[in-house]
Design a binder for this molecule. Structure first.
Ligand code: AHR
Length: 345
């Protein structure tokens, strides 16, 4: 062999190795939510309905309950193969997961969009592939409503209004309706439907009360750690806070800790009025103990409602485009021990 031919053979060998490496790497990347072709084949043999679910993450007790609700419904015994992916708070991971569900030819795609913007392209790809998309919990912002088949979730705007109306009634009861009321708001994830709805709903009511002063609305990411940090800063910044509106229970736990550390009492007999959202068991215990004044429920048990939509579509029927899950308002007056004991989350 000439030197030229030996050089050529070496280069070709290296290029082939690089291609093989790339293929192996790509295969590895897909692994986290790949059900594997034999699983997919089995699903077909067993006549299972393949459902790809992209969850936002596990930032809160609520989110864990929401995931459990999905996993309890989409089981093999119920006739499903569930491909579940946790996006760990990243929109790009959700988009990747949805593309993977498309390439695995899922029968349905279910996902909870971390924020409202930026979904059109991937939803269009799902539509092209003929896969119905069901949104759960949060919404997408789109000009083309045909990009999703149904949405199941909470009326977040109404939740915000409920919080505002409760506050108005409580201040009236306390004969403080004319007093100047200083309010701080801890918001959830930026651009997410729950943050937007709760903020707008509460602000709507606040706008009708000239004596309510919203000192600051700040992001707490729906997590205890971030809320702790923000509450500490708010206490250092503002001398007098009458009301804390915390847009989920996990943040409220951080708020309560910080207020307690600062020697400030909360709740029905305390100095600061605390309004929370979600109504998970450990928060309801704090409502019962009088530390949280009111908890506006956000119902995470959406799995059965999503299944109803899929059953309808399987039967060739049209599903409701928007379905709201039932929710309540909890104060010390209606939180019973029985309710707490029976709460599954
Ligand atoms: O979108 C629903 C919200 O997201 C819940 O209130 C919160 O706890 C969760 O993380």
């Amino acid at each position: 062999m000439t030197a030229w031919m030996t050089g050529f053979a070496q280069k070709a060998g290296k290029a082939a190795c690089a291609v093989i490496l790339l293929i192996l790497l790509l295969a590895g990347c897909g692994k986290q939510f790949d059900v594997g072709s034999s699983e997919r084949d089995k699903a077909e043999d067993e006549d299972l309905i393949v459902v790809g679910v992209s969850q936002i993450g596990s930032e809160s007790v609520w989110r864990t309950a929401n995931t459990a609700s999905i996993q309890n419904v989409f089981t093999r015994e119920n006739g499903y193969l569930l491909i579940f992916d946790n996006a760990r708070q990243k929109q790009e991971n959700q988009i990747k997961a949805i593309r993977n569900f498309i390439s695995q030819q899922a029968d349905y795609i279910v996902f909870s969009p971390i924020e409202e913007d930026g979904w059109d392209d991937v939803l269009y790809e799902a539509k092209e592939a003929g896969i119905p998309v069901i949104l759960m919990d949060r919404m997408v912002q789109t000009e083309d409503e045909s990009l999703f088949t149904a949405w199941i979730g909470s009326d977040f705007f109404q939740e915000g209004v409920n919080a505002g109306n409760w506050l108005a009634g409580y201040l009236e009861e306390q004969k403080r309706a004319e007093e100047e009321i200083n309010i701080v708001v801890l918001q959830g994830t930026d651009g997410g439907t729950s943050t937007i709805g709760r903020t707008n709903g509460f602000n709507d009511v606040a706008a009708r009360h000239d004596n309510w002063k919203i000192l600051e609305q700040t992001g707490g990411d729906f997590t205890t750690a971030k809320a702790r940090e923000e509450m500490k800063r708010l206490l250092d910044t503002y001398g007098d806070i009458d009301v804390v509106v915390s847009q989920n229970d996990d943040m409220t736990f951080g708020v309560l800790e910080e207020l307690e550390n600062a020697g400030i009492s909360t709740g029905t007999d305390g100095d600061v009025i605390v309004i929370s959202f979600d109504a998970v068991r450990s928060a309801l215990e704090k409502v019962q103990a009088g530390l949280i004044n009111v908890d506006i429920e956000c119902n995470p048990e959406q799995g059965p409602y999503i299944e109803q939509v899929i059953r309808k579509l399987e039967d060739g029927e049209q599903a409701e485009k928007y379905s709201y899950v039932p929710e309540q308002i909890f104060t010390r007056d209606n939180v019973t021990q029985e309710l707490i004991d029976n709460r599954s989350y």
